[in-house]
Ligand binder design. Structure first.
Ligand code: PLP
Length: 417
C-alpha cells in the first residue's frame, strides 16, 4: 500500500490522519478515554498491512521454508527471501548474505558475543560498552568476559546524556577487540555519533557492533556509510510483529566467524565424522526461522518506506521540539537526556513524585507511558535515580497528544500537592 502525501503543512509531509487510520489499535478507547500511546520505544503498534501480512501467510502460504519442493514451500521461501532483500536495501547492506534473521536485538547481540567472541577474544582482551546501554548490550558481553577472562570497560555519559568521546579515546587500547554501542539510547533518546566512534574503533583494528534497537525506526540507517561491522535491531520496534529481528554483519567478518547455534538449515552435510556448514546467511539461521514474522517485517519496511524515512524523521523532530518546549514549562519537571542529537523520546521525573505513581495516574487518563529503569540500571544509577517516566513518541503521535500528556501531568501534580 502506498500513501499519497498531503502537501507540506508546517513543512511536514506526513498525512497524520491517514497514518493514524493505518494503525487500528490507535482508535481504541481505554477506560472510556482515547488511547494515547506513548510507549513505542518498548514496542511499536502495527499498521493494518502488517497484520494482514501475517494473516495472508497463515491463510495462503504457510509451509516450512527452504526444504520443500512443493508449491507452498516455494511460495513461503520466496516471501522470506524477498523480505531479506527488502531489509538489505533498507540498511544499504552490500548483499543478502549480510542479513541474518534472528528473533530480535537481544538474540542478534548474543549471536555476535558468542560467535565473534569465540573467534577473536582471548584472556586479557578488552571489550568496551557505554554507560547508557540496554541490559541486552551489557550482559552478553559480561558473560563473554567471564567465559574468556576478558575485561569489560565502559564509556561514561555526560550530564546531558551524551557519550564522553574524550574518555572513550583514553580507554580504548591495543587490547580492545570489540566495541558495542547503542545507536540511540532507549532511556535518554540520545543519537550517538556512530561514524566518529567507528573511525576510532577501526583505528585500533577492533570490531564495532551497533545496537540499533532504537535507531532503525527514527531515521535513515546506512550501514556502509556508518562503517559499523554489525547492526542489530528488532522488528517489533519497527512496526513488525514480535519474535523477528535482524543482525547485519559485514560479509568478510561473518565468513570468518564460527556458527552460533547448530541444527537444521545451517548445515551443508552432516556425518558422525564431521559436519560442514551452509553458506551465509543460513550458516547463522539454525532451525525453523520465523518466516511469517520475516515476511511481515518486509511489509513493515515497505510501509515505512511508503511514508518516507525522511518524512518520519522530520515529523518526529518537529514533535520532539514541541513536546520538549511544552513539558519544560511544568514547574518541578526535570527532563533527563538533553543531548543536541535526540530522537523523540522524553524521560522525566516530577519533583517529589515517584515515577510509578506518575505512570499509574497517566494510565487512568488513557495515556500509556513506561516507568522504571528501562533495562538501563547502570544509567539510572549514574543519574542517582531508581527509575524514570519515559514518553516515547513516533510518527503516529500528535501535538494534541503532547497537550494531553501535559494536562495529565498537571493533574498528577495536583493530586500530590
Ligand atoms: N537495545 C535497546 C537499546 C533496546 O531499547 C531494547 C529494547 O527495548 C533492546 C536492546 C532489546 O530488544 P529486544 O527485547 O527486542 O531484543
Amino acid at each position: 500500500m502506498r500513501l499519497v502525501f498531503a502537501t507540506k503543512i508546517n513543512n511536514v509531509s506526513i498525512d497524520i490522519n491517514k497514518v493514524r487510520a493505518d494503525f487500528p489499535i490507535l482508535s481504541q478507547k481505554i477506560y472510556g478515554k482515547d488511547l494515547i500511546y506513548l510507549d513505542s520505544g518498548a514496542t511499536a503498534q502495527k499498521p493494518q498491512c502488517v497484520i494482514d501480512a501475517e494473516t495472508e501467510m497463515y491463510t495462503h502460504w504457510n509451509s516450512n521454508i527452504h526444504r520443500g519442493v512443493h508449491f507452498l514451500s516455494n511460495q513461503s521461501t520466496d516471501r522470506y527471501e524477498k523480505s531479506r532483500t527488502i531489509i538489505k536495501d533498507f540498511l544499504n547492506a552490500k548483499s543478502e548474505k549480510e542479513v541474518i534473521f534472528t528473533s530480535g536485538t537481544t538474540a542478534s547481540i548474543n549471536l555476535v558475543a558468542h560467535s565473534l567472541g569465540d573467534f577473536c577474544i582471548e584472556k586479557g582482551d578488552e571489550i568496551i560498552v557505554t554507560e547508557m546501554e540496554h541490559h541486552s548490550n551489557i550482559v552478553p558481553w559480561q558473560l563473554l568476559c567471564q567465559r574468556k577472562g576478558a575485561v569489560l570497560k565502559v564509556i561514561p555519559v555526560t550530564d546531558c546524556g551524551e557519550l564522553n568521546i574524550d574518555a572513550f579515546k583514553s580507554i580504548i587500547s591495543e587490547r580492545t577487540k570489540i566495541v558495542s554501542v547503542a545507536h540511540v539510547s532507549n532511556t535518554l533518546g540520545t543519537i550517538n555519533p556512530i561514524n566518529e566512534i567507528a573511525q576510532i574503533v577501526h583505528n585500533y583494528n577492533a570490531y564495532f557492533v551497533v545496537d540499533g534497537a532504537q535507531g532503525v525506526q527514527h531515521g535513515k540507517v546506512d550501514v556502509q556509510a556508518m562503517d559499523c561491522d554489525f547492526y542489530a535491531f528488532s522488528g517489533h520496534k519497527l512496526y513488525a510483529p514480535t519474535g523477528i529481528g535482524v543482525l547485519y554483519g559485514k560479509e568478510e567478518i561473518l565468513e570468518q566467524m564460527p556458527p552460533y547455534m547448530g541444527g537444521g538449515d545451517m548445515i551443508k552435510e552432516v556425518s558422525f565424522n564431521g559436519t560442514t556448514f551452509a553458506e551465509l546467511p543460513l550458516k547463522f539461521e539454525a532451525g525453523t526461522s520465523n518466516y511469517v514474522g520475516a515476511y511481515a517485517l518486509g511489509e513493515a519496511i515497505n510501509y515505512v518506506n511508503s511514508v518516507g524515512v525522511d518524512n518520519i524523521e522530520e515529523y518526529e523532530q518537529d514533535l520532539l521540539k514541541y513536546a520538549t518546549n511544552k513539558l519544560s514549562t511544568i514547574d518541578g519537571l526535570k527532563i533527563y537526556g538533553t543531548a543536541k542529537n535526540k530522537v523523540c523520546t522524553i524521560s522525566f521525573l516530577l519533583d517529589g513524585i515517584h515515577h510509578y505513581d506518575t505512570g499509574m495516574i497517566l494510565d487512568k487518563l488513557g495515556i500509556a507511558v513506561r516507568t522504571g529503569h528501562h533495562c538501563t540500571q547502570p544509567l539510572t544509577e549514574r543519574f542517582n535515580i531508581d527509575g524514570i517516566v519515559r514518553a516515547s513518541f513516533t510518527f503516529y503521535n500528535t501535538k494534541a497528544e503532547v497537550d494531553a500528556l501535559y494536562d495529565g501531568l498537571l493533574k498528577v501534580k495536583q493530586m500530590f500537592s
